[in-house]
Design a protein around this ligand. Structure first.
Ligand code: SF4
Ligand code: SF4
Length: 414
């Protein structure tokens, strides 16, 4: 046993042993794990499509007295939900924006892309339909907003399901960046495996209501359990101020069912006792993952593990301009879920490492080993390539590293 006060004293004196989950797991995999006495804090992290993301805004749409109250509101064409406060005659609007809300004119632009534009410092268009039928149009940005806060209702999910499509027809779903082709032609999955905070603290020894976290780079809090959270499949409700978030950790992610949103979360695990320490020893190849039919989400086909999906594979593609034929209708520009590829240029700051470009470029201009899994299905062994990863270990590791540095500099209290 050791207390949080002891750990904080060691941090203050510069003597604490702090590891990111990536560093710690590497030592475990190398059979060189630090002992209980040699580790004080492990910073864990996850990044992935998190559909439960919602933002609460207060913004000025017009001068006071211009309209009694808003009935509908659109930000860059994406519908928000007006209220709960009516803001009568104030000219301002309180609203809740869903990260999954989509622009009716362009379903590939939604709440996630809008939140990214705001965090990037861009101006956004406001359109308000008032109670008496007037249309008011203006612009705003994050600096001009009174309040902008994310509430994630279901974040940092511990257990996911991987999907493939055994049928003959393609299936459109939020679980794949593009409609998933049939005949077991590919596998799509989410989850950062042994980096995930809840995977490292499965019984919530330390990850509890009121604990401090980083959400998309901003200091935030655990509110409590997320929706549909259960002891077997826990997730968290989290909150943080959008004005303190950093570009790159949050964004839109196009799927077969329109735009979704991704977030990045980092949570420190203070190693207070041997149970907490033992839970941190878990490795990707010890974390099972069920593979299901994409149409019957709860119809398991077989089992794999996160070791087969993440270990020894690459996290970012290389784009070879020599191989690119500059097709007039580049399919990758259309289907890249984060719009990282445009005008023959790969923007690695936007790239998610999902793997879609590697599998769908007509001339194999992208290279990245995303791996494949051998699955026993109906008594036959099938080799299924991983074609879409909806989680990003690079961003998870980056935020865990930032958290470690903040703890060392005493900018973040464990
Ligand atoms: S589809 Fe591939 S080869 Fe064609 S323009 Fe796009 S990236 Fe280049
Ligand atoms: S891996 Fe390819 S398709 Fe996926 S985000 Fe990066 S550039 Fe886009």
């Amino acid at each position: 046993m050791r207390s949080i006060e002891e750990i904080n004293k060691k941090i203050e004196s510069g003597d604490a042993n702090i590891f990111t989950a990536e560093e710690f797991k590497q030592l475990v995999k190398d059979d060189d794990a630090p002992s209980f006495d040699e580790v004080d804090v492990v910073t864990t992290g996850t990044c992935g499509v998190m559909s439960g993301t919602a933002a609460v805004f207060n913004l000025i749409a017009a001068e006071p007295g211009r309209f009694i109250r808003a009935k509908n509101i659109y930000l860059n064409g994406v519908p928000g939900n007006v209220g709960p406060c009516p803001n009568e005659w104030l000219g301002s609007v309180d609203l809740i924006l869903h990260g999954t809300s989509k622009s009716p004119e362009n379903p590939d632009y939604g709440g996630g892309f809008l939140l990214k534009d705001l965090i990037d410092g861009k101006d956004i268009d406001i359109k308000v339909e008032t109670l008496n039928g007037e249309i008011i149009e203006s612009t705003t940005n994050l600096d001009e907003m009174g309040r902008a806060q994310i509430f994630g209702t279901r974040m940092a999910f511990k257990n996911y399901t991987a999907f493939t499509n055994p049928s003959k027809e393609e299936v459109s779903s939020i679980f794949s960046a593009i409609p998933l082709e049939g005949n077991l032609s590919g596998l799509t999955f989410s989850g950062c495996g042994d980096l995930n905070p809840l995977q490292n603290d499965p019984v919530h020894n330390v990850i509890k209501e009121g604990r401090s976290i980083l959400l998309n780079g901003a200091k935030g809090l655990v509110i409590g359990d997320g929706t549909r959270s259960s002891p077997e499949k826990p997730n968290l409700m989290l909150t943080a101020d959008i004005k303190n978030m950093e570009p790159g950790y949050l964004g839109g992610f196009k799927t077969g069912q329109g735009a979704e949103v991704f977030d990045t979360v980092a949570i420190p695990i203070p190693v207070l006792n041997e149970e907490i320490y033992n839970n941190l020893l878990i490795k990707n190849d010890e974390i099972p993952l069920t593979v299901s039919d994409i149409k019957g989400r709860h119809m398991p086909l077989c089992e794999t593990d996160y070791g087969a999906l993440w270990d020894n594979h690459q996290s970012r593609p290389k784009y070879d301009r020599e191989k690119c034929k500059n097709c007039s209708d580049c399919i990758i520009e259309k289907i890249c879920p984060t719009n990282a590829f445009a005008n023959e240029r790969l923007d690695l700051t936007r790239c998610f490492g999902c793997g879609i470009c590697v599998h769908y470029c007509r001339n194999n201009s992208f290279e990245m080993d995303t791996g494949s899994v051998e699955l026993e299905i109906n008594g036959k062994t099938e080799e299924i390539p991983i074609i879409c990863r909806q989680s990003d270990i690079l961003r998870a590791n980056k935020l865990s590293t930032k958290l470690k540095k903040m703890i060392i500099k005493e900018e973040f209290k464990v």
